[in-house]
Design a protein around this ligand. Structure first.
Ligand SMILES: [Fe+2]
Ligand SMILES: [Fe+2]
Ligand SMILES: [Fe+2]
Ligand SMILES: [Fe+2]
Length: 439
């Protein structure tokens, strides 16, 4: 009795070395991952994606900053003086002025996209090979699935990279079909990945104003002189200027944000990948292969791995290679995943604001004044000090939990359950006994 037509196993070697009686099964698309077909669904359906992206919720930053107000230039505007006055025009300045503080405001909200990643889950490339109906066993060096943690069949070994010649190391790796007409054996992918939120800015330029400032009192002391020979008295020339701070814009620089590492493992069931090291074709009881035809046409004595009749339930999951036989049966993974962001700020570039001023009061003398001049004046204030600042830190929330499945083709995993008949290495009889005798 040969292995039935179209029953598949895994070939980790080259295309040229596919054994006689076996051919490539191309119903699992090139470079795709075979995934257990959902309950009641025939093999062959495809799905998944090569990569994924994430989106973020909106986020906002606060912005607050202060500018210094410079000392004023010397005032001007004192013009006409009383005849005969000895009280000179008083040149003065206003020094040590209050700062102008910008109230805390929010920059605009933004929702930058979160850079995604590849869905290329850690893989080991194999050529999925199918029987032409003539082989008397699984070829030497072919790989099968195994779900008994008590031990592998005689002359079969866990694909852990050991042995000479070395077995394929398929631990912690997922099955991936070779590229079209290509060889088995390559590895790649990853179990986790990171990412970043794309660079973005918030309302740049950040147009804003600052509140009006009242300048300091004039700095110089009054002078006392005479007018027409009489003491003029102290000028009541203390005064301030209302300083209006003009609106200005500050460029906001772009920032991105690092994303935490996240698992990208799709739903999986851990099974052992074991290699036939018997040196010849071999066909142990309870070995598991693949089936790409209809569920209804699964051959006699081969059982769909659906959790019944002692089979593992490999429907709707990807198969992950066990590190050790004891890992068989471990399940995990998820259809989706998310990341958390680190948090970021934005820099605002240096900028100034021009200052316009209200005229200051004149030096109206109080005593002995004759024709006291009205000496309202201005100073021609220079702009505020140049200021840069850093926005408040914000941690965007990566809201999108994106499907993480790699490109897959649905497959049925089927287990050979030898009939409990004389000469078969049937279950309960002891693996390895009678192998090769009756097939
Ligand atoms: Fe991701
Ligand atoms: Fe931001
Ligand atoms: Fe400003
Ligand atoms: Fe002044």
């Amino acid at each position: 009795m040969p292995i039935p037509l179209n029953v598949c196993f895994l070939w980790p070697g080259t295309n040229a070395s596919i054994p006689a009686g076996w051919a490539r099964e191309t119903l699992v698309a090139a470079s795709q991952w075979p995934k257990g077909a959902a309950a009641g669904v025939d093999p062959g359906a495809t799905g998944g994606a090569a990569s994924h992206t994430h989106t973020t919720t909106t986020h906002i930053h606060t912005a607050a900053h202060t500018h210094t107000v410079p000392n004023s230039p010397v005032g001007s505007g004192v013009t006409s003086r009383d005849t005969g006055t000895t009280n000179p025009p008083l040149a003065h300045t206003h020094d040590t002025n209050p700062n102008t503080v910008n109230p805390t405001v929010d920059l605009t909200t933004e929702a930058p996209s979160g850079a995604g990643g590849t869905n290329e889950i850690s893989f080991f490339r194999v050529i999925i090979i199918k029987s032409d109906g003539t082989p008397t066993g699984v070829p030497d060096l072919a790989v099968a699935l195994w779900n008994d943690p008590a031990g592998a069949p005689t002359s079969w070994n866990l694909c852990d990279g050991g042995g000479a010649p070395a077995r394929p190391d398929m631990r912690n790796r997922y099955l991936r079909q070779a590229v079209a007409a290509g060889d088995g054996g390559g590895t790649g992918g990853a179990l986790t990945h990171t990412g970043s939120i794309s660079s973005h800015v918030h309302n740049s330029p950040f147009n804003h104003g600052h509140p009006t400032v009242t300048s300091s009192q004039r700095t110089q002391a009054d002078t006392v002189g005479s007018i027409g020979g009489a003491l003029a008295g102290t000028a009541t020339s203390t005064h301030t200027h209302a300083l209006t701070i003009a609106s200005a814009g500050s460029s906001i620089t772009g920032s991105s944000d690092a994303l935490s590492s996240a698992s990208q493992e799709p739903p999986f069931s851990t099974q052992a990948f074991i290699q036939n090291n018997a040196g010849a074709a071999d066909w142990p009881d309870r070995i598991i292969g693949l089936w790409m035809q209809t569920l209804a046409s699964i051959p006699t004595d081969w059982t769909l791995c659906d959790g019944t009749l002692g089979t593992p339930d490999l429907r709707a999951v990807f198969v992950k290679g066990a590190n050790v036989l004891g890992d068989i049966g471990v399940t995990g993974g998820s259809l989706t995943h998310g990341h958390t962001a680190t948090g970021h700020t934005h820099a605002a570039l240096a900028h100034t604001h021009s200052i316009s001023e209200a005229a200051g009061a004149g030096e109206n003398r109080t005593a002995g004044a004759v024709n006291a001049p009205t000496t309202a004046h201005t100073h021609g204030w220079a702009p505020t000090g140049s200021t840069s600042f850093t926005s408040g830190s914000t941690t965007p929330v990566v809201a999108d939990f994106t499907n993480t499945q790699p490109l897959f083709t649905g497959a049925a995993f089927i287990q050979w359950q030898a009939p409990a008949a004389a000469g078969y290495s049937g279950r309960g009889i002891g693996r390895g006994i009678g192998r090769g005798i009756m097939r």
